[in-house]
Design a protein around this ligand. Sequence first.
Ligand code: NAD
Length: 302
Amino acid sequence: MRLLVCDPTAPSAIAAMREAGIEVDVRDDISPEELEAVIADYDAIVVRSRTKVRQPLIDKAVNLKLIIRGGVGLDNIDVEYARSKGIAVRNTPTASSNSVAELTVGYLLALARQLPQVTASMKAGKWEKKAFSKGSEIAGKTLGLIGYGRIGRLVARKATALGMRVLAYDPYVTEAEEGVTLLPLDELLPQADYISLHVPHTPETHYIVNADSFARMKDGVRIINCGRGGTLDETALYENIVGGKVAGAALDVFEDEKKDRGQRLLSLPQVIGSPHIGAGTVEAKARVGEEVARIAIEFAAA
Ligand code: NAD
């Protein structure tokens, strides 16, 4: 099997695939034009989120049998079209779950104590002890999870261990682990001190948190989105922060991650954020690599 690695992938994964007899070429900064020119030579490709695998590329991929997406979202691949051409499309959905869950917990604590803001103040040479002594504990507070899948469950476990009460809304889940109460969204919203989104972005979840949702929430609620941009109406969030309803927000994902990048929201002192780094840990990358290699090796052997 000839396999092309199109995006950065753990060297250990490349070594494992070669050891298993797969002919691996690594061009992890390949341009779309270069990829179109060589795709016909390969049986399999490995991509992360950078490389787009759209219909015109698939049409040129006359020998392609397998697309492996290292990571979760398949938004960069025309999955149905590829499958209609007999190409298998696989991803590594669990590899980064714990990293995203830990980032979420980090944001719970960062919002409670304004850690990024107080650090910025210290770096500016200030000693604003009084201004930053108005924090709160997360123990005893209620966390409302929207989406109780792989990441939502891990966040729930960690938050429970930190003494939080956890509520979750997920219409596709019927059972929750001990300490977690599943309930309808309109019952979750008025009870939660923190609301964290862990749903994919679909037509159904588009703006699942919107102006109406904010109206139902507690005053002083804090919002976290380490899921996907577009699930949270950023304009409604902005207005509710400015209006004093929402005390803080932490965002790892944004509606527009190319141009605007949440700049209007980030201009508010109550908003903290990161550039979609939920899966950006050494451990998650290593696990993605292991999974990618396992998928390729199993496929080659089948
Ligand atoms: P998952 O599929 O295991 O869980 C998603 C859950 O959302 C499922 O339980 C599903 O039933 C639920 N859901 C679907 N529609 C819903 C709705 N309308 N209302 C409420 N719940 C609904 O996925 P996961 O691995 O837990 O990932 C969750 C999100 O995190 C995904 O959007 C994923 O893309 C994102 N993610 C972000 C990063 C990052 O870097 N920030 C990294 C990995 C994953």
